[in-house]
Design a protein. Structure first.
Length: 585
């Protein structure tokens, strides 16, 4: 069935280069979105069917999971331009089957060299959001190249080809793309380059029309020769111009210029870093370490939860501990986490079982939020989109990348077709804290790309966008799967609740109307309703070489999961559940 998708892609690729924006042409068919796929061979799950299809195509042509992840990420930069792209950054977690180890790549944006701890002080948040000042030095392209240099088997240029074709030929505007454009229209209208590209007739392109980005196609053609063509030379000069002299429409006076220089771009690196690791019920949970707070916060919460037999408790009591463990971990995250090259982070203490026991002792039958941070320093011991790809050899990539807010800074680099991030708004605006700005520093992230191993082999990989809720989404999916016995698709679909050490738990309507929520209210939990939390993707690795790729069935319009050799859906679902149960025993 997937073969039909390739035909659709070929049609798209054959369309000649027209002007940017949308045209109301009859659209060739696009891949069908399905949120769950089970089978054998490699697998991919992303928020978009064209991106998932690009990953599967690379796998079919003999590429590995890292090759396929880069191809899918490049497509996401085209079809999800408000969530991610070469103007932003992210974190990639890779499991290498050959050496049975997990490594991570830190592609977080950095503050320019002219940044100081007081650069953002007193600036209203909204003004930092749509500005040159909030733009960090992008990390995405160096991340892709670092991953390919260490693990890849194909050249960057080849992996960018599907994305380039889609940028040139266009893709069909769906409701999510339309809504995200409309929600940002006022911001986008401030910039000549952004309104030309995303508001072609002064408004968001209608659903069902075809959106083309020939300038981005051209940019992808140029960067195929490697990251230096982006971090130096013409593209670098265009980025610096856009940041320092934002391309505002006449009369727009409220856009602060930024501080980035050519030297800042030339100096950017995406280093390999050790992953965080915690043991959880016999599994090894690997996550992203600082400057992301994802791995440490998910890890600390899991360590706290390991002291309870969640599977044996009522669901309501288990959820109480989930919310409290998350709140306690957030109290620590908020105080201690920042860029490890600038602040000393008591990471080993935060991830120590002995420290988790101290934190667990603070949990009573009713909620204790807000909790003060603890002191993990005495404890020794061991230590905004997500895509997940695996290949038939057992390699796995769990990759979250972003341009921070939907639409990033709102600034499209003139002539190059991509949005710049506003990641520096993830700093604390006040000086003197672990996450205060500094020259060359990376703002604290919440991104939580996660890979769980069982006996050294992949068990499940997940991640999600969603700012600080990323952490609780990853945590909740793991608890749903590991403790509550849900399949990965069930664990992803289940209603979400996010407790980040605040007076109220942010929760989806489906959670708030559940009987558990009523019981949790009696324990003092207060809920604030939010329509959707996160947009997760993941892959579960089942016995017998079976895999289930899973994406959101509903949230953000649903995602797209595919496997190389699908098995019949109903059979596969039953088998996945049965095998999952056995795997846990
Ligand atoms: N900037 C956020 C972070 O790094 C991710 C953006 C989002 O998903 O909202 O934590």
């Amino acid at each position: 069935m997937r073969r039909e998708f390739l035909v659709a892609l070929a049609v798209v690729a054959a369309v000649a280069l027209p002007a940017p924006g949308q045209v109301a042409a009859a659209a060739p068919p696009e891949p069908v979105k399905q949120a769950t796929a089970t089978g054998t061979g490699g697998a991919a799950s992303t928020v978009d069917a064209l991106a998932t299809e690009a990953a599967l195509d690379i796998l079919d042509r003999g590429g590995n999971a890292v090759d396929a992840a880069v191809a899918a990420a490049a497509v996401l930069g085209v079809v999800e331009p408000f969530s991610c792209g070469i103007g932003g950054g992210g974190f990639m977690v890779v499991y290498s089957a050959a050496d049975r180890s997990v490594t991570t790549i830190d592609g977080r944006e950095t503050a320019p060299g002219a940044y100081t701890p007081t650069t953002l002080q007193g600036i209203p948040f909204a003004e930092a959001v749509t500005s040159g000042l909030g733009v960090g030095v992008p990390g995405t392209l160096r991340t892709w190249q670092a991953a390919l240099d260490r693990f890849g088997t194909m050249k960057l240029q080849r992996l960018l080809a599907p994305a380039k074709s889609i940028a040139a030929g266009g893709f069909v505007v769906d409701q999510t793309f339309h809504d995200q454009t409309a929600a940002n229209a006022a911001r986008f209208a401030k910039f000549t380059s952004t309104s030309e590209l995303f508001l072609p007739d002064g408004e968001a392109p209608p659903v069902g029309t075809r959106f083309r980005n020939p300038e981005l196609a051209k940019t992808y053609a140029q960067i195929g020769s490697g990251p230096d063509s982006f971090y130096r030379g013409k593209i670098a000069a265009a980025i610096v111009d856009a940041v320092r002299t934002p391309p505002v429409e006449p009369g727009v006076t409220d856009v602060r210029p930024g501080l980035m220089t050519l030297a800042d771009l030339a100096a950017y690196t995406a280093p390999f870093r050790a992953p965080t690791r915690v043991g959880y019920r016999g599994l090894d949970v690997y996550g992203m370490g600082p400057p992301s707070s994802g791995g440490s916060t998910v890890g600390e919460a899991l360590n706290i939860l390991e002291g309870y037999d969640l599977a044996g408790l009522s669901r309501e009591e288990a959820l109480h501990y989930y919310l409290e463990a998350s709140a306690l971990a957030f109290a620590d995250r908020n105080l201690y986490l920042g860029d490890p090259d600038f602040v000393s982070i008591p990471l080993a203490g935060l991830l120590a079982d002995s420290y988790a026991a101290e934190r667990r002792a603070l949990i009573g039958p009713t909620t204790g939020v807000p909790y003060p941070p603890g002191d993990p320093t005495d404890n020794g011991g061991p230590s905004t989109t997500h895509l997940t790809v695996s290949d038939r050899h057992g390699n796995v990539v769990s990759y979250t990348f972003t341009i921070e807010q939907t639409g990033g800074s709102g600034i499209v680099v003139p002539g190059y077709g991509f949005l710049l991030n506003n990641e520096l708004t993830d700093f604390d605006f006040a000086p003197g804290r672990a996450n205060s700005p500094a020259a060359g520093k990376r703002p604290r992230s919440s991104m939580s790309p996660t890979i769980v191993l069982r006996d050294g082999r992949p068990y499940v990989a997940v991640g999600s966008p969603g700012g600080a809720t990323i952490i609780t989404t990853a945590l909740q999916i793991l608890v749903n799967e590991i403790d509550f016995g849900m399949t990965l698709p069930e664990a992803i679909a289940a209603p979400r609740a996010s407790q980040r050490n605040l007076a109220t738990v942010q929760a989806e309507p489906g959670f708030i109307v559940s009987p558990e929520a009523t019981a949790l209210a009696a324990r003092g939990h207060r809920f604030a309703s939010t329509p959707e939390i996160g947009a997760a993707t993941g892959i579960a690795f089942l016995p017998g070489g079976f895999v289930t790729a899973a994406a959101e069935p509903i949230r953000r319009g649903g995602g797209s999961a595919m496997v190389q050799e699908p098995t019949a859906p109903t059979l596969a679902g039953t088998r996945a559940k049965a095998q999952r149960g056995r795997a846990l025993r």
